[in-house]
Write a protein that binds this ligand. Sequence first.
Ligand code: PLP
Length: 455
Amino acid sequence: MEIPYKIYLTEEEMPKAWYNVRADMKTKPAPLLNPGTLQPMGFDDLRPVFCDELIRQELDDTTANIPIPAEIRDFYKMYRPSPLVRAYCLEKALGTPAKIYYKFEGNNTSGSHKLNSAIAQAYYAKQQGLAGVTTETGAGQWGTALSMACAYLGIDCKVFMVKVSYEQKPFRREVMRTYGASVTPSPSDTTAVGRAMLARFPGTTGSLGCAISEAVEAAGASGGTYRYVLGSVLNQVLLHQSVIGLESKLALDKYGVKPDIIIGCAGGGSNLGGLISPFMGEQLRGEANYRFIAVEPASCPSFTRGKFAYDFCDTGMICPLAKMYTLGSSFIPSANHAGGLRFHGMSPILSELYHEGLMEARAVEQTSVFRAAEQFARTEGILPAPESSHAIRAAIDEALLCKQTGEEKTILFGLTGTGYFDMVAYEKFHDGKMQDYIPTDDDLSAALSQLPKQP
Ligand SMILES: *Cc1c(COP(=O)(O)O)cnc(C)c1O
């Protein structure tokens, strides 16, 4: 059967339930712990911070299929199903016998896959009768996605934006404000955590971990009218992002195609987790065999050089402890241009799968990532986000390996978003001013030596 350039599902074919890969995992991801008592946190412990229904999803590691409410499915229809693209043009340019497919999640105004979880989280906040939600954003994609979702549902959205991005990406900020969100540069003087940070490091340009602390504090100070929401890392976010994998699998199944290798970039793990979930489920049930590859920046190598340990998700050390591959919550990655991949930790689900050897990981340097991005833009036409381009790098490398060996492998990768707001990074690359910063072992051990006491 001739495979088209783009496989589109119909709206009726879109998934009606998210798939929870934890249901098929023999060893479940470790529970969140209270940082004071080191005891697992249950529903009641998490209620002050998170929305009730989202906590249920966070804690549910046995229900395989969780229905997607009709209102969320209707919102999805504004920009989904997303196309699964056969990269014929890239294959030709590479001269590879490999067959390359990518699932493109950049066809919405936020420019990334993050909208898939933003609408779900905003929906449950509204269901609970909350006035709004607080969050952090680094590069800005998550804050944009959440402000779109909140605008649609008519609830308030308060975004703490890492100061360096706030200043360097004013257009992202204005998109969020267009959707009605309030955007505060972090660290700010509106929270105790922010004030302490400013006193200790005057002139700091902030970090994702600090912005998280501020957003959590702001929700806590709202008298119960706001909750904090997070765009990656958490189990519930991977659950929502399973729509990516479910749609991909259905599209491939229609043409009888089975991928050999599935690749995704990994920041906090949500797009990769969502893409691989249904395929990993098959593997865990012994029904299929795939190679899964997580691609991370060499400047922030959580999987490849981090430790599998309990750690804070934030620098303020007020969030629950999660067991994950981490570089330490005090690790501040160098100025890598893939802002969405600059988080010190990794999804507990993916961390457990990686720990068990069910997934591979590799770290790539940013100049080679931008070379891949440029090659992709020139052949496939789409201007990729720097984050997504990590997956492109690995897909191209695997396809070139096939060229050497003559193997006709089928490669599927996640193209998480577009790079229109990242042109300063592209400019640096074109001007030859982009550097590859790789932390030394000493840099890493400084932050890893400050991991909290382990249970
Ligand atoms: C946020 C983001 C990522 C990384 O986040 P994950 O949770 O690891 O998926 C990747 N690509 C884009 C475009 C993003 O916005």
